[in-house]
Design a protein around this ligand. Structure first.
Ligand SMILES: C[S@@+](CC[C@H](N)C(=O)[O-])C[C@H]1O[C@@H](n2cnc3c(N)ncnc32)[C@H](O)[C@@H]1O
Length: 273
């Protein structure tokens, strides 16, 4: 049995506290277009994903691990990492996304790889898994669409609960400090033209604090603005110092990146208690 208390019946799927009906409707609609609009063809999206989500995945090392992906949408990550993980469970609140993703995964992957991936309908705030089920839990650009502060905290707490002690939790979100993006989202929200219904913008420190409140230790920050990973020691000193200065500035600038996130570690259980 998991250690969650019996859920409050008012907190169940789709009541507006853990899901925003406008968001679910928007993603149901989007999933119907998966065959025509493949996010892998969108360069800006992929660069942002590589710099945040995949940097964090590399930090924790997912080789032969069991993974939970909360809010999968199109199966970009499932396809990208399939050769590495032992098992991958993807959950989403959109039935159409799950069905379309299953079709795409079965079409694009060898059955041996596709067989390691399962798709389940579930709410981020009420995950249908026992405590400590997964080595790594990830949620990429999904918690921006949860409709309240309580839901956003609960979703991270659920990831922490279902991750084994010593395992990792990765959360990436949209950044309030990316000012042009934030102004655009605000304008579209005001005018009710936001194509995915609702978006909350986090600050980097806020998502870090949410992880800490869930009992997790932040171990790595990543941003869509990040310096390149280059090996400097062989270069002349003038190049090394100036490159270090530029990379340092880029790291600071990362707090203004459009997508930001953290890898957290779930502490080992204290055997003395
Ligand atoms: C922006 S998409 C995720 C994108 C994807 N993970 C990526 O990295 O590009 C957000 C997804 O969250 C799902 N979602 C929204 N609210 C949810 C909830 N309460 N529980 C589970 N999934 C939810 C939506 O259906 C949608 O598929």
């Amino acid at each position: 049995m998991n250690s969650k208390e019996a859920p409050d019946s008012s907190d169940s799927m789709g009541n507006g506290r853990s899901q925003d009906p406008r968001v679910i409707a928007a993603y149901e609609e989007m999933a119907r277009g998966f065959e025509d609009r493949d996010p892998r063809d969108q360069r800006t999206y992929m660069i942002s994903k590589l710099n945040t989500d995949y940097v964090l995945m590399e930090t924790v090392d997912i080789e032969n691990r069991t993974i939970l992906n909360v809010g999968c949408s199109f199966p970009v990550d499932e396809l990208y990492f399939a050769r590495k993980f032992a098992r991958w469970t993807a959950v989403d609140a959109s039935h159409s996304s799950l069905a379309a993703s299953r079709t795409i995964v079965d079409r694009e992957l060898h059955p041996e790889l596709a067989g390691k991936i399962s798709f389940e309908h579930a709410d981020a705030c009420d995950l249908p898994f026992e405590d400590s089920t997964f080595d790594v839990t990830v949620s990429m650009s999904t918690f921006d669409h949860l409709p309240s502060a309580a839901a956003r905290q609960e979703a991270v707490t659920e990831m922490a609960r279902t991750t084994r002690p010593g395992g990792f939790v990765i959360v990436t979100v949209a950044n309030r400090w990316c000012l042009p993006y934030a102004l655009g989202i605000r304008k579209m929200s005001r005018e009710k033209t936001l194509h995915y219904g609702y978006a909350y913008l986090f600050s980097p420190l806020e998502i870090r604090a949410i992880g800490r409140r869930a009992g997790l230790d932040p171990i790595h920050f990543a941003s869509s603005i990040s310096p390149p990973t280059v090996w400097l020691p062989g270069y002349p000193i003038a190049v090394r110092w100036s490159a270090r200065a530029v990379f340092g500035l880029m790291r600071l600038w990362g707090y203004f990146g459009r997508r930001v996130g953290y890898a957290f570690r779930k502490p080992q259980e204290d055997s003395s208690t």
